[in-house]
Design a protein around this ligand. Sequence first.
Ligand SMILES: [Fe+2]
Length: 198
Amino acid sequence: MPHKHNPAYTHFRGNKISRVELIERMVVETILKSKMPNEKRSWGKIFEIKHSSSVIQIGRILAQKRGLDEEISAIVCALHDIHVNHNGDAKNHAQVGATLAEKILKKTKKFTAKEIKIIMNAVKEHSNKHLVSKDPYVELVKDADAFDCTLYVNTHDAYVYEKSPEVCRTYFDRVIRIRKELGLPHDKQWDTIDYINK
Ligand SMILES: [Fe+2]
């Protein structure tokens, strides 16, 4: 017997989905369809799918807490690594990704010029996590991105390896701030910029 779909929720199927669902679906499809093999990708497709999905949900939670537009927040988060999702390369991906995000949003014909500008700018700025922006959507995606990364195993030391001590400190201060905002217990690993697993 064919399965009967729940009429109240699309589960990302069909063409009656909302514009945020459309973008979310498109991001997953971009990763799945990307021709760059896993070995040559900066991060790998599984991480990309997991990370983009969880950053979207964290973005929704932060948007609710901060009284920001939840839909725009989710779309910014969905598209933040779109360049990596498209060709696997994380180098300079925020800047290049902003142009790709604009192209995608324009193609749907579902977004205003003002919305596209907000989304593009947040994608473009999201890697500048050592800076604090006055644009709340820029800060939201930086926070959701950084916080999600800290929920995987051993990312503390990965940051220490990857970043200068000064930049690392600003990242970890951001993580401490978000954890506090979300009411999570203080996690002392973020107090130090030295390796935890020597
Ligand atoms: Fe990124």
